[in-house]
Design a protein around this ligand. Structure first.
Ligand SMILES: O=C[C@H](O)COP(=O)(O)O
Length: 529
């Protein structure tokens, strides 16, 4: 069974991209060693065959150590040019970078589609959202500067608060948002005066290569270093040196923990982590079911469920389960499968070659333990597509109840007492978000009071999502460490330090003069800066 449609001309790639450069210490270096092939799970021919997109360097430990050396030199224990650079000069670098980045929209969007199978509207959204993220970061940073003007004293002591960098950041992003989530780490890290080593994810790696020059031309040497290759070969030796100050990673906790444990002084590490989640939807008897179906479709199946914020389990009240399931399964089967550029394609090929087999294993396990696939097309395979399967009734002994599936399988559980989903959430290792569907405020109000203590965002009659990026993005338990949003990330990647001075006329005069000076970090007496 195949739905092959020839690739439209405008989405064809001219020829495989041989991206043999990497960026260390301000130099774009030609790699003469082994290259890693980048393949797309999308076939260019009727007979299914992954498409060869190009190659990137498969660097070795030596290059990893050089990248660290460059980042350490540029930071120079806080004495370097970048961490001591004046605020407006750093803004200038970031503006230069984002302007250069904008010129690469076409190729980056095309590569997002080819490399990870994200559909055209979402690939464009990822690029545009990232550009906006950079501009908003610059704006927030300027706002910090504007806020830093007046001063007050507490109990006879003046304090000039500063917000400064933490050191060297190792930045590792995920495949599902290879541009946006990586930049949501890298950009705030850089603007706050840190230096960074960035290694792109295994899928969504080629799309970083058109941006290398923009990084090289916009930032002083060594401030940002971009290396390609396997995590075990590159990230591990960097961590083992003990010279990384911040691990910024969006991905899974297994990789995060392995890296943290390799750091000889891991208690000194600042962790900025976005990890797994198993966000539930809870559908109450008085919910608007049409709305619940619509939001559960986008919540569980946008980008085929490969989002940390995806709805990964649905709890539906017994009284409405039949009506909900009938409408929901019909809506799942009505979605359109296709290649990312096909008009209206909502479900697209999965980038990980082994993902369909994993989803099938979850289906087999649930079926063996008594659940059924409710939708007619559920679980159908063709090439690297697998039609989303709605599994019901799912119980605690099934793998799909517990595991973060990160793909197109939707477990549904029914409940009679609201404490059933609440207890499950309390027992879960995760605590990112929940979608709550209902209309009766008398019921919703106490429930929300509990839910906000179990997760970090309650989405009322709406699917779960990270954005808009002005809102805090975080989680409890194993779901996250630290908070990201434009505003929060600037704080997560920095530390408040301050100059204190006892109240006497001479000190006040010096402090006032200091406020007039242009500084490398903000000076403010606003102690919550
Ligand atoms: O994979 C996790 C992402 O942060 C989800 O972001 P999103 O809700 O904007 O799709």
């Amino acid at each position: 069974m195949s739905n092959f449609i020839p690739i439209p001309k405008e989405f064809e790639l001219d020829s495989p991209i041989q991206a043999n450069q990497y960026l260390i210490d301000g130099k774009l270096i030609e790699w003469k060693g082994k290259m890693a092939e980048v393949n797309s799970s999308i076939s260019s021919t009727k007979e299914y065959k992954p498409t060869y997109l190009g190659s990137v360097p498969e660097l070795e430990e030596e290059q990893a150590q050089e990248s660290l050396k460059a980042a350490l030199k540029a930071y120079d224990q806080g004495k370097g040019k970048w961490p001591t650079m004046r605020v407006e000069e750093r803004i200038h670098c970031m503006e230069k970078f984002v302007k250069a980045m904008e010129t690469k929209r076409d190729i980056v969007v095309k590569l997002i589609m080819w490399e990870i199978g994200k559909n055209l509207p979402d690939a464009e959204k990822e690029f545009d959202r990232t550009v906006k993220y950079v501009y908003d970061t610059i704006e927030d940073y300027k706002q910090m500067d504007r806020n830093a003007a007046k001063f007050e004293k507490h109990d006879g002591v003046y304090a000039h608060i500063r917000r400064g960098p933490l050191g060297v950041v190792l930045c590792l992003g995920p495949y599902n948002y290879p541009l946006n989530e990586t930049f949501a780490l890298l950009i705030p890290a850089l603007i706050m005066g840190n230096t960074a080593i960035f290694k792109p994810a295994k899928f969504g790696v080629l799309l970083i290569t058109p941006l290398l020059e923009a990084f090289q031309e916009s930032f002083p040497k060594g401030v940002v270093n971009i290396i390609f290759g396997r995590g075990r070969v590159l990230a591990s030796p960097i961590m083992k040196t003990g010279h990384v100050d911040v691990l910024a990673l969006i991905g899974n906790s297994k990789s995060a923990n392995a890296l943290i444990n390799q750091h000889p002084k891991s208690n000194r590490l600042r962790l900025i982590l976005g990890l797994e989640a198993k966000n539930p939807a809870i559908i109450l008897p008085h919910a608007d079911l049409d709305l619940a179906v619509k939001e559960c479709i986008s919540g569980s199946l946008s980008f085929n469920g490969q989002r940390c914020t995806a709805l990964k389990i649905i709890y539906v009240h017994e009284d409405i389960k039949e009506e909900f399931l009938e409408n929901f399964t019909a809506a799942v089967d009505a979605q359109k499968f296709g290649n990312p550029w096909d008009d209206g394609a909502f479900l697209t090929p999965l980038p990980e070659p082994d993902k369909p087999a994993y989803i099938q294993a979850l289906i087999d396990d649930a079926e063996a333990k008594g659940a059924k696939i409710l939708n007619k097309k559920g679980g159908q395979h063709f090439d690297n597509y697998i039609w989303p399967a709605v599994m019901y009734p799912v119980t605690k002994d099934m793998r799909v109840y517990e595991e973060e599936q990160f793909g197109p399988i939707i477990p549904v559980v029914y409940f009679t007492d609201i404490n059933e989903p609440l207890d499950d959430m309390a027992d879960s290792n995760y605590g990112q978000q929940v979608s709550l569907f209902g209309k009766d405020v008398e019921v919703l109000s106490p429930l929300i009071d509990t839910l906000v203590n179990l997760v970090c965002r309650v989405n009322l009659n709406s699917s779960c999502q990270r954005g808009p990026d002005v809102y805090p993005f975080t989680g409890r338990k194993d779901s996250a460490k630290s908070t990201l949003s434009v505003h929060d990330a600037l704080r997560s990647f920095s530390i408040r330090t301050f100059v204190a001075s006892k109240d006497n006329p001479e000190n006040v005069k010096i402090l006032e003069e200091l406020l007039q000076h242009k500084q490398s970090s903000f000076i403010s007496t606003d102690y919550i800066l």
